[in-house]
Write a protein that binds this ligand. Structure first.
Ligand code: KG4
Ligand code: ZN
Length: 340
């Protein structure tokens, strides 16, 4: 008898994107994301506004994901949701919705760690992409985290390096703010860097031990540099925007690649994956492919839509949890600080 298809609804609401996805076995049928533009004017995510917007978005987003997948809620085998880490008020919306929906449908509930979700996005079926085999290293770079993760099995991971202050995405966003871009500035730096000279301006690179990172000094270094230049030319930023973006992006990428190279050498692992919002950065993607050629790495780069926050990665992680019968019960609560 053919095996029964498994349908998992994934729900993600850890920061400022409300997302719902439907997974059929390992294939994504829909991945709907509602972005919250309200934060742009404030230069960063305002937690209270984010949770209110999640409350407005969650039902229409889930409804759209089910419709796009062409299934009804009665087909669902389980519901997976982001339990943490993230903004508590935002997480509570997704968690409460998932609990109530699972109870009403009488299906199991799967609590997912958002950072594991970013890594496991590589296991979504994709005819154009190979999946990594174990063990591999994943550089997870987002707005809230920067980690080098040693992935031993789907649900067995060890964080071997992380940032001691700002995350890589935060470094992009803070630098972008200094250049006058709205939030989130990472994609705008990427866009303007395309025609700039990455070696025109030099910024300080920190000396941090082992596989850890630090990005707060970079922000200060950019701030002082801009203040000095603007004292003599108040149009300095406008006149040099492309070179500034390219140089900032180059510095962040160099810091990231140095550490992942060290981890790869020390652990003798040549399968390198990237994940998280910053893995959408075209400069990082290109630099990684170049480095792979030089160092004999096999690299794994997710589709753009699975780099930034999305529920597809939560649904695929739910599938691995389901296979191991790792369900959670209705007592589960959202957890802002949730370690891998
Ligand atoms: O993973 P993500 O969507 O949310 C978090 O979990 O934080 O990552 C968001 C971060 C933001 O800092 C954003 O500026 C950055 O990813 N980002 C980029 C690019 N696209 C998103 N940074 C640089 N270049 C990009 N193309
Ligand atoms: Zn994320």
């Amino acid at each position: 008898m053919p095996e029964k298809d498994i349908f998992i609804l994934g729900i993600e609401s850890s920061c400022d994107d409300t997302s719902a996805a439907v997974l059929k076995n390992s294939t994504i049928l829909s991945n709907v994301i509602a972005r919250q533009e309200i934060h742009e004017q404030y230069g960063g995510v305002v937690p209270e506004l984010a949770s209110r917007a999640h409350q407005q978005n969650i039902i229409p987003v889930v409804d759209a994901a089910l419709k796009k997948a062409g299934i009804s809620k009665e087909h669902l085998s389980a519901i997976a949701f982001t339990r943490g880490p993230g903004l508590l008020g935002s997480l509570i919306v997704g968690t409460s919705f998932a609990k109530a929906f699972a109870m009403s449908l009488n299906v199991p509930l799967l609590d997912v760690n958002h950072m594991i979700g970013h890594v496991l996005a590589h296991f979504i079926d994709d005819p154009e992409r190979e999946k990594p085999t174990f063990p591999f290293l994943c550089l997870t770079v987002s707005g809230g985290h920067t980690q080098i993760v040693l992935v031993k099995a789907p649900l067995e991971m060890e964080v071997i390096g992380s940032t001691i202050d700002d995350a890589a995405g935060e470094a992009f966003d803070k630098a972008a703010k200094l250049l006058g871009f709205p939030y989130p500035g990472g994609p705008l730096i990427d866009k303007h860097a395309k025609n700039g000279d990455p070696k025109r301006f030099m910024f300080a690179k920190p000396a941090i031990k082992d596989y850890d990172f630090s990005f707060s000094g970079l922000k200060t270094s950019i701030l002082y540099f801009l203040q000095k230049q603007q004292a003599v030319d108040d149009q300095f930023i406008q006149n040099n925007i492309e070179d500034l973006c390219a140089s900032i992006q180059y510095t962040i990428i160099s810091i990231l690649l140095k550490k992942i190279s060290k981890a790869s050498k020390d652990l003798n692992i040549n399968q390198i994956a990237i994940a998280g919002g910053v893995s959408a950065n075209s400069g990082l993607r290109e630099a990684l492919v170049r480095q792979a050629d030089q160092q004999g790495w096999k690299v794994f780069i997710p589709r753009f839509e699975y780099c930034t926050d999305n529920a597809a990665m939560i649904a695929i992680t739910g599938k691995f949890l389901l296979e191991q019968n790792r369900f959670c019960d209705q007592c589960v609560s959202a957890t802002a600080r949730y370690l891998i």
